[in-house]
Design a protein around this ligand. Structure first.
Ligand code: AMP
Ligand code: GLY
Length: 430
């Protein structure tokens, strides 16, 4: 029987999932709020809908006789799309709403880690009164990360001593639109992402990736959803050793054990400092951009992972091409604080050359492709080394129309990678 897969979501991550599934023997349908031309071209059918309207997603799944679903973004997970699909008999690879709280509720996430003694948890305290939170910041001995409890698209966290002063953090908790906060010890080091496929109590990890959250080159400016990312031809990154990678895997495994019944991708965001990897956060899905590093080098058939998960079988071992990847996003001018939407994007697909081109939050209309308020498209270079992959990505960008768009050209460059290595070596006193 040919599987019919429904892909939920319309960003760069979902374009990467679609492209990966296009190599599998399945029919692919997709739904999202925007018309991502990369996805609509690959899919056998596409429905424009609000993916947090879980009944609409379930209706569409039924109408196309979906035998499986894959959920890309966190917002439909938070809205309970997996539960709604299960109610109409469609297995979705993604956590149910209760399990997705590991991402969607930062208070739950930290309390869960503490309760189950999961290693790598920073000191934290939770608040539902901004005044109490401000008083805690004032009295806290050291710097902190200030996190709104709910989803903020990666843009709600403020770190003192890094982006803002403690006085500004006190003002932030008092003045922002958020009411509930987790305040935690500021972790220092280099961040990395470890994503794992999880189902039936099993965990299959993928190579580590480093994303770049800050909007501008040199890690300046506000936090974004991620401006670009790189991975190496081995599971570790250049600033990590094998033991660091293994420790991150151990933390993911301990979390999956404690979650009991989790399925989908579990994404660990780690900070590597003097004491080894500590947990910045968990996400209940692939990273965006990280999926664009991971899926192009996955040699195992993605559909085999999905059907094994659904059919209660052992997950296949994962093979990865021993290649490095560099992903660079083009984002609308003004992103993330004041993004200019509705600008026409001119992407010359032919000139992407060897690089992979992924469309993200753009909208394809009759007369062209337009920016929305989020990231527009990404190019991914795949090569033997990070330097090779970076060159391929940069060559592709040089010929892509950049009008009205901004790119962090420093991602994956030798200078920036060396800075990461030096940073961790400094912290470790090496
Ligand atoms: P999150 O929304 O939890 O991914 O946080 C966004 C970004 O804030 C992370 O990628 C980190 O760069 C930073 N961050 C979050 N928590 C901490 C922490 N405890 N210490 C230092 N930085 C943090
Ligand atoms: N790249 C960060 C995220 O997907 O949350």
């Amino acid at each position: 029987m040919t599987e019919t897969v429904l892909l939920v979501g319309g960003g760069g991550r979902e374009h990467a999932i679609a492209r990966s599934l296009s190599e599998s023997d399945c029919d692919l349908y997709a739904c999202a709020g925007n018309r991502n031309p990369g996805i609509t071209r690959i899919a056998d059918g596409f429905e424009s809908l609000d993916t947090t309207n879980v009944d609409a997603v379930a209706d569409y799944a039924e109408s196309v006789d979906a035998t499986l679903a894959v959920i890309g973004p966190e917002t439909p997970l938070a809205a309970g799309v997996v539960d709604a699909l299960e109610d109409v008999g469609v297995y979705a690879f993604g956590p149910k709403r209760a399990e997705a709280r590991i991402e969607t509720d930062k208070q739950f996430q930290r309390e869960f880690m503490a309760e189950h003694d999961i290693p790598g948890c920073p000191d934290f305290a939770t608040f539902d009164d901004p005044e109490d939170a401000a008083a805690y910041i004032d009295e806290y001995d050291g710097h902190l990360a200030v996190k709104p409890t709910g989803l903020t698209g990666g843009k709600g966290v403020r770190v003192t001593g890094d982006q803002i002063t403690k006085a500004e953090a006190m003002e932030y908790v008092r003045e922002s639109e958020y009411e509930e906060f987790v305040l935690e010890e500021r972790l220092v080091g280099e961040e990395f992402t470890l994503q794992a496929f999880v189902a039936n109590g099993e965990v299959r990890t993928t190579p580590a990736v480093q994303d770049h959250k800050r909007a501008y080159e040199g890690d300046e400016g506000p936090n974004t959803g991620g401006m670009g990312s790189y991975s190496d031809s081995i599971p570790q990154l250049p600033f990590m050793n094998e033991a660091d990678y293994r420790e991150a895997v151990r933390i993911i495994e301990a979390t999956v054990d404690a979650l009991d019944g989790y399925r989908g991708v579990l994404y660990g965001q780690f900070m590597l400092g003097a004491d080894g990897p500590r947990v910045v956060e968990f996400n209940a899905r692939f990273g965006d951009p990280e999926a664009m590093n991971t899926l192009p080098v996955l040699e195992t058939d993605f559909l085999d992972v999905l059907t094994a998960a659904r059919d209660d079988e052992s997950l296949p071992d994962l093979d990865f091409a021993e290649k490095a990847t560099v992903c660079k996003y083009a984002v609308p001018e003004g992103y993330p604080t004041d993004p200019k939407s509705g600008a026409k994007v001119r992407v010359d697909e032919e000139s992407a050359g060897e690089a992979l081109l992924y469309y993200a939050s753009v909208d394809a209309r009759d007369d062209g492709i337009y920016t929305t308020t989020s990231r527009s498209f990404a190019v991914v270079g795949v090569g033997d080394t990070i330097a090779d992959a970076e060159e391929i990505a940069e060559d592709a960008l040089a010929v892509a129309g950049e009008e009205g768009l901004r790119i962090r050209h420093d991602i994956g460059t030798a200078d920036l990678v060396q800075k990461r290595i030096d940073h961790v070596n400094d912290l470790r006193g090496a």
